[in-house]
Design a protein around this ligand. Sequence first.
Ligand code: SF4
Length: 269
Amino acid sequence: MPAPLRLDDLRADCSRCVGLCCVALPFARSADFALDKPGGVPCTHLRQDDGCGIHAHLRERGFPGCTVFDCFGAGQHVTQGTFGGRSWREGPEVAGPMFAAFTVQRQLHELLWHLTDAADRAATAPLHDDLHAALDDVRSLTDLPPAELAPLDIDPPRRRVDALLTEASRLVRAPFRGPDRRRADLVGARLSGSALRGADLRGALLLGADLRRADLRDADLLGADLRGADLRGADLTGALFLTQPQTGAARGDSTTRLPARVERPAHWA
Ligand code: SF4
């Protein structure tokens, strides 16, 4: 019987990781990253102790992308669990499999984040057995050894989880009859003060949208692109499938209300 899954298992704990995102992932020079870096090459700011040398100054040094990244706890899982405390620094025979495992593990942990969100809601009670079975199945995949984890085809579990999340979303949003804006192009849209409670905004493009004071309670935001969206004064209480990278990429402030499981980004006023 595995230990119960805690929300903290799905949040990055960089103190128990070996800086995996700073090495395994490629950076493309852009507004998010001040330099180009191929995957598998350490960021020039990564210290020997695997801490970030400019952690307190990432935004002003041109790395806002690092401040919004979240591995959903995959980094410490790969480091401490999958690889038993080893490090990519030991050599290519560890580094290659470790980076490959990290890529898959992050996707699995993201599925766990969404499944726990769905399973923690009273409205999804008719689905709880299925949701908990899916949680057990995905968790068992996260415990695979490196040689099985790296080549794992994530599509079948993702499809199963997607179907469950869709049904969970329908159950949660049903009382509110919110608008269906699934995958809508709302780039730069003026939606301040909009009544979007229970809306389906799954996959919507909300880049730079003005959502100040919008009522987004219980809205489905799975995969919605919130980069630069203005959430000041918005109410996202109970919003479904919201992640730390989404909020981190948006603008917000102390008046933005977030679901309990999502932490207020440090750079919000
Ligand atoms: S991979 Fe995750 S735990 Fe590791 S350093 Fe990056 S954010 Fe932190």
